[in-house]
Design a binder for this molecule. Sequence first.
Ligand code: NAG
Ligand code: NAG
Ligand code: NAG
Ligand code: NAG
Ligand code: NAG
Ligand code: NAG
Ligand code: NAG
Ligand code: NAG
Ligand code: NAG
Ligand code: NAG
Ligand code: NAG
Ligand code: NAG
Length: 498
Amino acid sequence: MPASSRLLAGHELASPYKSLHDSYVSSRRDSKCPVSALLAAAALLVLGILLAIAVIERLKYEDRINEALNPHHTPSCCNQTGPDQQSSIVLVESFPLGVDYGRNVSAGVDLYEAWKDLLSLASDRIEVASFYWCLTGEDISVNSSSDALGREILEELKALPSRNVSVRVVTSIPTLAPNSTDLKTLREHGVQIRRVNFGRLTKGILHSKFWIVDGKHVYIGSANMDWRALTQVKELGVVVYNSSALAADLQKIFQSYWVTGRSNASIPHPWPSDYDTDINEERPLLLNLSGVESKAYITASPPDFCPDSRTRDLDAILSAIRGAQDFIHVAVMEFYPASKTFHHHGYWPVIEDALKRSAVDRNVSVCLLVSCGRESDPAVWPFIRSLDALHSPSDNINIAVRVFVIPARNQSHIPYSRINHNKYMVTDKVAYVGTSNWSSDYFNTTAGVGLVLSQDASGSSFHQQLRAVFDRDWSSRYSHPLADLHRTHDCAFSTSAP
Ligand SMILES: *[C@@H]1O[C@H](CO)[C@@H](O)[C@H](O)[C@H]1NC(C)=O
Ligand SMILES: *[C@@H]1O[C@H](CO)[C@@H](O)[C@H](O)[C@H]1NC(C)=O
Ligand SMILES: *[C@@H]1O[C@H](CO)[C@@H](O)[C@H](O)[C@H]1NC(C)=O
Ligand SMILES: *[C@@H]1O[C@H](CO)[C@@H](O)[C@H](O)[C@H]1NC(C)=O
Ligand SMILES: *[C@@H]1O[C@H](CO)[C@@H](O)[C@H](O)[C@H]1NC(C)=O
Ligand SMILES: *[C@@H]1O[C@H](CO)[C@@H](O)[C@H](O)[C@H]1NC(C)=O
Ligand SMILES: *[C@@H]1O[C@H](CO)[C@@H](O)[C@H](O)[C@H]1NC(C)=O
Ligand SMILES: *[C@@H]1O[C@H](CO)[C@@H](O)[C@H](O)[C@H]1NC(C)=O
Ligand SMILES: *[C@@H]1O[C@H](CO)[C@@H](O)[C@H](O)[C@H]1NC(C)=O
Ligand SMILES: *[C@@H]1O[C@H](CO)[C@@H](O)[C@H](O)[C@H]1NC(C)=O
Ligand SMILES: *[C@@H]1O[C@H](CO)[C@@H](O)[C@H](O)[C@H]1NC(C)=O
Ligand SMILES: *[C@@H]1O[C@H](CO)[C@@H](O)[C@H](O)[C@H]1NC(C)=O
């Protein structure tokens, strides 16, 4: 089935009016028989009453949320501005050993410190979603002292249940780390673990990476629970402290993995109303983040895991691109306008098209920073070259592409390392931090999440900081024009790439 009709089918299935629609159609079919018509009419009446009760119940529930979130009783359901919630936001980053920008640059809080901080705050419960787990070198038969920080995080997680902090973990089948000892050890220490078979459920993977701590602090970012994320891979993420509304929203996504992690589980169609959200692109959460008025919402993929009320990750990305008026700065590990699983049948220029339209039709300046490392797929380069080829400032088309390469140096014995793994975008309007590569499978079959934030642009905000971080990387010694790729010896595809 083509993607459009599949998406449409998914949309219709998830519609809250589905049951109503079905009975309407069947009652029409039956209308030849007057008795059936009467029965159908009675059934519709009952259904109507039930729906009305459901709506009233739901309104009551929303009222309660309103009251809890907003003592001043404004009509918006999603306003967290109040004295009881001192929310703050922190940009978090990690850098592979040896990476040195050679000057005083702005950088986020160290990822390891941020994780340690969240672990120390936990007093009740932690939920963690990670594609795979690999916090020690043994798991991948690597002997490197640079796994020390990973080991430490594992030790702290192991100790949580004995501190009466309940820990729930979801991870993917299929996985990159089939022999992970972490999960075995964690289970022995009382951590509850579910492996969600996205391979069976959607033909994808669970690629989300996030934490929820005590139902009020959240981490979302590119880092898996992998020691390399702390010392050998460049990661970027965000921690929001003290936002129970945002945490409760992310909790719904966690719960959708938790329930589908039962053996033989199937994906509910539609998702029960508990999974609906009040926070989305149309109605973002209003909150004061580190003193800056902000609007935030959490996106998800794949569509099969999104109730209608949840803004899909792809839709949020497209709308950020379309909404930009001045610039679009994108840093993604991989940008590939096609499907990897449906190779030659999978051309998918959806994001590429939106970027080109912004640049060509609206004179928005686009900068795309992609990554190249030993495991990078050479199939991406022809597409990236084609985008770069459009760049023609004299015709008012600004699409600049650069490649971020982290030298392997003497760390080349460590697989899947020395790569810029981050996935974010900053435009003149919004900051977006996600977990997905920008290729079709990630939005169609694979589980991922994103945080979209718009903030008052003046002053020092997360938005401004993310912009500075992009500029830092873009103008750093690790960033190369496409044409120079063959001169950077640590990017293994230097010979096959341009
Ligand atoms: C999305 O996935 C389905 C199978 O799960 C596949 O048939 C379809 O071609 C995919 N669409 C794209 C755009 O890759
Ligand atoms: C949110 O709440 C604050 C104070 O509680 C109020 O000033 C503001 O107008 C509210 N915003 C919306 C959109 O309801
Ligand atoms: C780096 O810059 C910050 C502010 O931009 C300043 O506070 C700090 O002292 C500087 N550090 C060095 C080593 O120059
Ligand atoms: C790991 O390497 C260190 C030195 O780098 C060595 O002392 C140690 O025995 C090695 N461990 C294993 C299991 O090979
Ligand atoms: C954990 O909870 C149990 C039962 O509620 C209690 O007996 C025990 O003292 C608690 N342990 C810690 C370390 O708080
Ligand atoms: C996992 O272990 C099995 C057997 O113990 C081995 O054949 C396989 O290569 C290992 N896989 C990885 C990725 O290390
Ligand atoms: C979270 O809020 C509490 C008060 O409720 C405050 O003491 C704490 O400093 C806040 N934490 C952060 C990281 O902002
Ligand atoms: C799951 O499905 C398999 C095969 O269809 C079956 O053998 C097994 O009993 C099922 N397990 C549960 C818990 O339902
Ligand atoms: C936002 O919070 C800071 C303290 O965290 C406070 O000083 C400021 O007045 C708040 N702004 C608004 C608009 O509520
Ligand atoms: C397009 O934007 C650039 C700045 O990015 C500006 O210099 C140029 O004048 C703009 N061109 C038009 C036709 O608006
Ligand atoms: C790599 O080189 C650094 C210094 O450049 C050194 O400290 C480190 O021990 C070396 N690591 C390995 C695995 O050889
Ligand atoms: C996308 O990112 C993941 C890690 O997040 C990486 O392992 C993978 O090679 C990238 N590309 C594809 C097509 O999966």
